[in-house]
Design a protein around this ligand. Structure first.
Ligand code: GDP
Length: 369
């Protein structure tokens, strides 16, 4: 599966948000017992109305959503890269996640101490970035030491590596996270930074602006939120504005009560839904469906995934024996009203092994056993 790590300074609302996630996960686990629950991991359903519409039309006996994992990465403080607090442990956990959700405190509350003495989400984000940058610099320097000598000789591979490292180091020494260079670096340099060195600041980031209840629904009048949005815009990163305390309350409620509480605050949906949706987008993920009387199910793949590989998500045998994919997109499917009717109208296409699966595709795979 795909996962997002939740990071932030102490007292910004991480645990509150993570509790909301695990409450949600626990409520869902009743229906999907295959989801084991670990203390620092919350596996939550990707909310998608399409799944339920399809299941309804196909009269499916079983409905299985797709999931995304959240990892609570506690323990970040200033100086983490030098081993302060749970420093090193914390940083190694970041290496394992696909993307980072950075929780930034935008709520004022004199009862909740701020570790840096005042509410300033931009300063906080910088503190986090600096720790990640410091750790990356450490990795880069260690590697440089190893290849420098070889690069002075005739070792072509080492020379190449040396050039990548110099380029990367320059950005880090300018105190910039590498994620801002995804499109500025040459493809090779970027691949080296991500797939060889697994540098922390290459991970995509989403910002979560945690506001107080009084600032709901949008937090538009909160100047901290404006600043977070500005920073995110510069990086082309998503922002979700939410109130962690409200999310925690919502997570414990039944459907109807939840709706009422959301309405009372002028909200259409829980902030957690936005977090999941934005996380999905950040990781470049899409959903396809398999549908039938027995089961309708949602599956997650990276955008650009070809049909056989997508089939492999279901079972490796289907990928191996792939013949063709019968495909219809959700919009066309809904217009037709059911799979049988869609077929009658000739709306179901036959696609081959080069077909790139699209978001909302409903697919039946033909394969040889
Ligand atoms: P963490 O250290 O980042 O995990 O922070 P916590 O989740 O433990 O939150 C620290 C304190 O801030 C707690 O007393 C929370 O009740 C409070 N808090 C968290 N989120 C909000 C929020 O959205 N609004 C307000 N007013 N207080 C919050």
């Amino acid at each position: 599966g795909f996962n997002l790590g939740i990071v932030g300074l102490p007292n910004v609302g991480k645990s509150t948000l993570f509790n909301a996630l695990t409450e949600t996960a626990k409520a869902q686990a009743a229906n999907y017992p295959f989801c084991t629950i670990e203390p620092n991991i919350g596996v939550v359903e990707v909310p998608d109305d399409r799944l339920y519409r399809i299941a309804e039309l196909e009269k499916s006996r079983k409905i299985t959503p797709t999931f995304i994992e959240f990892v609570d990465i506690a323990g970040l403080v200033k100086g983490a890269s030098k081993g302060e607090g749970l420093g090193n442990q914390f940083l190694s956990h970041i290496r394992e996640v696909d993307a980072i959700a950075m929780v930034l405190r935008c709520f004022e509350n004199p009862d909740v101490v701020h570790v840096e003495g005042s509410v300033d989400p931009i300063r906080d984000a910088d503190i986090i970035d600096i720790e990640l940058i410091a750790k990356d610099l450490e990795s880069v320097n260690r590697r440089l030491e190893r290849v420098e000598k070889a690069a002075k000789g005739n070792d072509k591979k080492a020379k190449e590596e040396f050039e990548y490292l110099k380029e990367i180091k320059e950005v880090l020494e300018g105190l910039e996270p590498l994620r801002r260079y995804k499109d500025k670096f040459a493809e090779d340099t970027w691949m080296y930074a991500t797939k060889e060195l697994f540098l922390l600041t290459t991970k995509p980031v989403m910002y979560i602006a945690n506001i107080g209840e009084a600032d709901l629904p949008e937090g538009d009048n909160n100047p901290h939120v404006q600043k977070v949005k500005e920073r995110a815009r510069e990086e082309n990163a998503p922002v979700v504005v939410l109130c962690a305390e409200l999310e925690a309350q919502l997570a414990g409620l039944e459907r109807e009560e939840r709706k009422e509480l959301l309405e009372a605050y002028g909200l259409k949906e829980p902030g957690l839904h936005k977090v999941i949706r934005e996380g999905y987008r950040l990781l470049n993920l899409i959903t396809f469906f398999t549908a039938g009387e027995k089961e309708t199910r949602a599956w997650t793949v990276v955008k650009g995934t070809k049909a056989p590989r997508a089939a492999g998500k279901i079972h490796s045998d289907i990928e191996r024996g792939f013949i063709a994919a019968e495909v219809i997109n959700y919009e066309d499917y809904i217009k037709a009203g059911s799979m049988v009717k869609a077929k009658e109208k000739g709306l179901v296409r036959l696609e081959g092994k080069e077909y790139e699966v699209q978001d909302g595709d409903i697919i039946y795979f033909r394969f040889n056993v």
